[in-house]
Design a binder for this molecule. Sequence first.
Ligand SMILES: Cc1cc2nc3c(=O)[nH]c(=O)nc-3n(C[C@H](O)[C@H](O)[C@H](O)COP(=O)(O)O)c2cc1C
Length: 152
Amino acid sequence: MATIDIIIGSTLGGAEYVAEHLETILQNASHQTTLHYQPDFAQLSAKRQNDHLWLIVTSTHGAGQVPDNLAPFTHALAQESHLSGLRYGIVAIGDSNYDTFCAAGRQIDELLEILAAQRIGERLEIDVADGELPEDSAENWLETWLPLIDKS
Ligand SMILES: Cc1cc2nc3c(=O)[nH]c(=O)nc-3n(C[C@H](O)[C@H](O)[C@H](O)COP(=O)(O)O)c2cc1C
């Protein structure tokens, strides 16, 4: 069983819905989860341990910007010097009609990589323009992500 902090970046509720959907699946699989609608970086980074993972689910807004609710978290992340030992997964949601497709998720993933955090699996990029239900794409990805938690 893992303890997973689900960190949400959402403006219109789409990414929030995907995060809540993933939380239900994780809880059904007996993992402990907490949803963070207004993620507090200091609090989240203080309790990071090996059995503690972050699952970041964020859309992109503006011209490639992080949603407002995730901006303080992202700002604090950019000030951090290292996050070694942290394991995370990331689901980026965007629209391929924008040049800045999934830029927020990509930016956070890059920051975490620079800080030596360990990404579990590949970053999922959901394109809301492709007609698939975002929660279905996320659910399929989670099926491949979950077994990796114990292996890495
Ligand atoms: C004003 C606006 C700006 C957007 N900018 C981007 C963008 O720069 N890159 C991108 O990939 N998607 C962009 N999107 C698409 C959103 O990321 C997408 O609709 C997403 O599902 C919204 O999720 P949310 O409801 O959690 O905010 C934009 C959407 C809106 C309404």
